[in-house]
Write a protein that binds this ligand. Structure first.
Ligand code: GLA
Length: 402
């Protein structure tokens, strides 16, 4: 830890960072640039990123790819292979889209932030988008689209952005243009993750570094039938509650002791329990303990203590479930099934919650037949499909061709 700083990640260009990535798009005519970005899974650190805490994530080998071709006029045409409308706007009038055209906001938001940082777009472009990354599964298809299009635009128009910087700009696009108050986790992992590592983000300092991904283990994602949508109520509500309890704690302990919610040690919080509204107390208990679980996770992974590290994943889920209340019956069911299986080191809900997916961290011996048992049990219980994806950490965002 520590010696692999963000600087190290940021050195090489996006191009050097993109080895054999299978193409998602079939392109006939030449384009100016193709860029590809992976999805991400939040390994541990649930809702800590906007509370000044630590969080860890890994890229996964499901990707969004974009192909950009500059045009001679000022039009921007965004076409997706998915079943969504093509969006066409004038570069002089970039406006937020809604409804089925809302998918374009991730790209339009990037145009805005890149321009505000000095990138000049004298002509418009056509951007085609293809993906093997499920949308609405809590796997950051939005961050992947932001970063892939950010890298493509930066390359095509001569931008000089480092990957860490692009991650921050993508977060800004999402906060300011799309209107989701997300933390930096998704964009940091998509930009700076890699096949051999877990990315660690300290949201207070925005320091990003990595821990080697433990060999002979893998990640499985079980996607429930309950799609989650970040822009909908739950995420914003937890964000507001976190801020509310931080303010309460500031008035009890003073500004200096509570710059961020994670600054309050769990034992101190316990002493103040009676003075806080019960719900807010529980939200704070989740955040402060989760932050410390991430810190412990780094130590355990560095010491090669996988069993104990896996236990932390189950503890994280229990805390999200009971205290942050962003789990669902379906997510709990999947975690409970996984807990009973051999080869599973740990499992937890991943990402925003309120639906979405469960991540399991397993030994490589854990296979399809076992995952299928979970799928089967889920079908019997909910009469619905649970989609399973076996994943490997994968290269971060990069240019993949011209
Ligand atoms: C979403 C957000 C992240 C993070 C997680 C919860 O994935 O985009 O920034 O807040 O939820 O940990």
């Amino acid at each position: 830890m520590g010696q692999s700083s963000e600087k190290r990640f940021n050195r090489g260009s996006a191009e050097e960072r993109s080895p054999d990535i299978a193409s998602v798009l079939e392109i006939e005519d030449p384009v100016d640039v193709r860029a590809s970005a992976p999805g991400r899974v939040e390994f541990i650190g649930n809702h800590t990123d906007y509370n000044g805490g630590w969080v860890m994530g890994a890229t996964i080998d499901r990707r969004v790819e974009v192909a950009l071709r500059r045009q001679s006029d000022r039009q921007v045409r965004l076409r997706s292979e998915a079943d969504v409308p093509t969006v066409e706007v004038d570069l002089n009038r970039i406006e937020r889209q809604s409804g089925t055209e809302g998918w374009a906001n991730y790209v339009l938001g990037m145009i805005n932030v890149l321009r505000s940082e000095g990138l000049e777009l004298p002509v418009g472009f056509e951007l085609r988008v293809g993906s093997t990354l499920p949308v609405g599964a809590g796997l950051s298809s939005s961050a992947a689209l932001e970063l892939a299009s950010g890298v493509a635009m930066s390359e095509a128009y001569g931008g000089k952005f480092e990957l860490g910087e692009l991650a921050r700009l993508a977060q800004r696009a999402e906060n300011e243009f799309v209107g989701v108050p997300c933390g930096l986790l998704d964009q940091a992992v998509v930009a700076l993750g890699g096949a051999d590592r877990l990315v660690r983000l300290d949201a207070r300092t925005e320091e990003i570094d990595s821990v080697p991904f433990p060999p002979e283990t893998k990640i499985w994602i079980f996607r429930t039938h309950q799609a989650h949508a970040l822009s909908e109520g739950g995420y914003q509500e937890r964000h507001d509650e976190s801020r509310a309890v931080r303010e309460e704690l500031r008035s009890l302990l003073g500004m200096k002791e509570v710059e961020h919610l994670v600054d309050v040690p769990p034992a101190r919080l316990e002493q103040l329990r009676e003075q806080l509204p019960e719900t807010l107390y529980r939200r704070a208990r989740h955040v402060t303990t989760e932050h410390r679980r991430v810190q412990r996770m780094v130590q355990l992974l560095e010491a090669g203590e996988r069993e104990e590290a896996g236990t932390l994943l189950f503890e994280s889920h229990a805390s999200s479930r009971a205290d942050y209340e962003n789990s669902t019956e379906a997510l709990d069911f999947v975690v409970d099934q996984l807990r009973e299986q051999g080869g599973v080191l740990g499992a937890r809900l991943t990402g925003a919650g309120f639906g979405g997916a469960v991540m399991a961290w397993t030994r490589t011996g854990y296979g399809k037949a076992q995952a299928q048992e979970v799928v089967q049990a889920y079908a019997e219980r909910f009469g619905a499909e649970l989609e399973m994806l076996a994943c490997q950490p994968a290269p971060g965002v990069g240019v993949v061709g011209r």
